[in-house]
Design a protein around this ligand. Structure first.
Ligand SMILES: C[S@@+](CC[C@H](N)C(=O)[O-])C[C@H]1O[C@@H](n2cnc3c(N)ncnc32)[C@H](O)[C@@H]1O
Length: 280
């Protein structure tokens, strides 16, 4: 269902789009219904201190979940409860996780959003990464998609690729069609709709998009999310913004953006990315 731009954000003074702050604090300051779309890519609870050395700089953030899965849930769930509150009726929440925590978090989010508002378990297949000898190589993350209200949420189907029309009949204009009991069935010219399995490459080590922040996500991933679940002028928020991928992509797509990160290095990088985009 396609919803209109409706949020309380226009009445708030969200002048500083990126804050160096715990998202719990930022969320507490936001009015109910302020955000049209929220994407989060929180720490995964890998137990590692994420580190990336770029030139003479080391960029890092701590992903060592304390207290195991219970500690991770105790950290994330109160924040997701607040995200539910600040989401507009037409809004959606995307929660990006992996095999370590996603199953626990899915059940807990159902309690907050209502299981009926769960729309998709998106598989982001990225192929790169280490090999495994004792199990199948783990080459995907999972992104949970919830609507605040499935009767009102914004959603624009995405089309990509081509239908398999080999061997089919063609009409007078050369367009392929299927013959059905009710007549000819034509194919959409923009291709089939995208499903919940997304084959989007991870940023390569030489990608020009790279800003040297560990766990930086590709803009192509965020572009798909933002185009599908928001309209121009909407407020797109990322409360674990890292290097600011969501914010720069939203801004490039003429959405407003809001984000925060605990790590001053992340905020510095994200702010520089946003400023560079705005200076273009
Ligand atoms: C997986 S990274 C996000 C990467 C980001 N999607 C990108 O493309 O660069 C998770 C981020 O969450 C931040 N973080 C951890 N706890 C936080 C909290 N309580 N509030 C805000 N940010 C937090 C970390 O500093 C880290 O930058």
């Amino acid at each position: 269902m396609s919803g209109s731009t409706s949020s309380a954000a226009s009445s708030t003074s969200l002048t500083d789009p990126i804050s160096c702050i715990d998202c719990k604090t930022l969320l507490g300051t936001l009015p109910t219904g302020a955000c049209d779309l929220i994407y989060i890519d929180p720490p995964f609870g890998t137990g590692q201190a994420r580190k990336l050395v770029s030139g003479d700089q080391t960029r890092a953030y701590d992903d060592s979940a304390r207290g195991g899965i219970d500690g991770f849930m105790a950290f994330l769930m109160p924040r997701i409860e607040q995200m539910h509150r600040v989401l507009a009726t037409t809004g959606s929440l995307y929660v990006h996780l992996d095999w370590r925590t996603v199953h626990y978090i899915k059940v807990a989010i159902d309690d907050i959003f209502g299981a009926g508002n769960f729309l998709n378990e998106i598989t982001w297949s990225y192929r790169t990464g280490g090999r495994a000898r004792r199990w199948f190589g783990r080459k995907h993350d999972t992104i949970l998609l919830y609507a605040k209200d499935t009767n009102a949420h914004t959603f624009h189907p995405t089309r990509q690729g081509e239908f398999r029309t080999q061997g089919m009949n063609h009409d007078e204009q050369g367009r392929p069609y299927k013959t059905t009991r009710s007549g000819r069935l034509y194919f959409h010219p923009d291709g089939p709709t995208v499903t919940d399995v997304w084959d989007i490459p991870f940023l390569s080590t030489v990608s020009s998009e790279r800003v040297g922040y560990p766990t930086q996500k590709p803009e192509a991933l965020l572009e798909r999310i933002i185009k599908a679940s928001s309209n121009e002028g909407d407020l797109v928020a990322d409360f674990f913004c890292g290097s600011g991928t969501t914010l720069v992509t939203a801004s490039r797509l003429d959405r407003r953006c809001l984000g925060c990160d605990l790590n001053p290095q992340a905020v510095e990088i994200a702010t520089a990315r946003l400023n560079a985009l705005r200076a273009r």
